[in-house]
Design a protein around this ligand. Structure first.
Ligand code: NDP
Length: 296
């Protein structure tokens, strides 16, 4: 296969909302894009835009040197990739799994791939489908640096930022887990805040501008406290965690007075009180991150 065709073709397995968005962005970038999905019928719009529809996963992976998998999780990608005919067809080719799952599943998939002569990169997508094909999309990757370099022209045909995080195959999934931890805890907090606000007669629309203000406080705090975490010193000057624990208790009381469960905030208050009990009350809240990992 010539360098030209190697770098101008890609296969996408999985045509959920994200798989379809990825395939569309590859098409827009001018790549010959072959697509396949377990349930047929999801590729009609892509075919109209020029995608090649494969009749089987095996046929799909044979069409390109590089196969990008984007399905719900690694049980789903295993169900596709670990069928004998597909595994055999992948021998000597490269798979990039952009499905979300745990670092352990990424490592397990890399072991399986190595055992079958399949070249393997892992990755994750950190932005919603609406960003695909735009400079706002964010991709992270991990695995052999040489292999990443080899397939960069195809992967980076997708507009957006692409970061190779290192050779350790579980690294992209580890970043993904940590970042989704922030996202889902924040969204759980927002959902809870909307419920408490509504119980107090405040509509979501009324709260939203102020909620955005709270969100804007976070990015500089992430920077500052990251330095504290890596240094191991947690300044509570101006905002000791005892003060934070007190406001957390107010949230618990107010929501429970309205019959609204406060499990997430109870958990946050609990970890803060544990750190205070260990003698860190005058320090900043992010000390909790270090206490969480302690055995006792
Ligand atoms: P889903 O997470 O719902 O995944 C749907 C895809 O998974 C479909 O192609 C579906 O096939 C396939 N699938 C599910 N179970 C199986 C199985 N047992 N065997 C084969 N295929 C299976 O939708 P998305 O496309 O949105 O997400 C894909 C990945 O992208 C996920 O890991 C998600 O976390 C990640 N992601 C998504 C974002 C988003 O905004 N949507 C943002 C960032 C990451 P079928 O049609 O046959 O059911």
């Amino acid at each position: 296969m010539s360098m030209h065709s190697e770098h101008s073709a890609v296969t996408v397995l999985g045509l959920g909302p994200m798989g379809r968005a990825l395939a569309g962005a590859f098409l827009d970038a001018g790549l010959r894009t072959t697509v396949w999905n377990r349930t047929p019928g999801k590729d009609e719009e892509l075919i109209e835009r020029g995608a090649v529809s494969a009749r089987s996963a095996e046929e799909a992976v044979t069409a390109s040197e590089l196969t990008v998998v984007c399905v719900v999780n690694y049980d789903a990608s295993d169900a596709i990739l670990r069928r004998d005919t597909v595994t055999d067809a992948l021998k000597g080719r490269t798979v990039v799994n952009l499905s979300a799952d745990t670092p352990d599943r990424a490592r397990d998939t890399a072991d399986w791939a190595a055992g079958h002569g399949i070249r393997y990169l892992d990755g994750a997508i950190m932005t919603p489908t609406t960003t695909m094909g735009t400079p706002a999309s964010v991709f992270i990757h991990s695995g052999p640096a040489e292999l990443y370099q080899e397939h960069r022209p195809v992967l980076e045909a997708l507009p957006g930022s692409h970061t190779h995080l290192g050779e350790e195959i579980g690294r992209a999934a580890a970043y993904d887990i940590a970042l989704l931890d922030i996202f889902w805890t924040a969204m759980a907090g927002y959902a809870h805040a909307l419920a408490v606000a509504r119980a107090e007669g405040i509509s979501a629309r009324e709260l939203a501008p102020f909620a955005k203000g709270i969100g804007a406080i976070l990015p500089p705090l992430f920077e500052e406290t990251a330095e504290e975490m890596d240094r191991g010193t947690f300044s509570g000057e101006g905002n000791p965690m005892t003060s934070g624990a007190s406001t957390m208790a107010h949230i618990v009381h107010t929501s429970e007075a309205h019959g609204i469960e406060a499990g997430v905030m109870r958990a946050a208050e609990g970890m803060t009180r544990r750190a205070i009990g260990l003698g860190h009350g005058t320090e900043g809240f992010i000390r909790v991150a270090e206490v969480l990992g302690r055995q006792r």
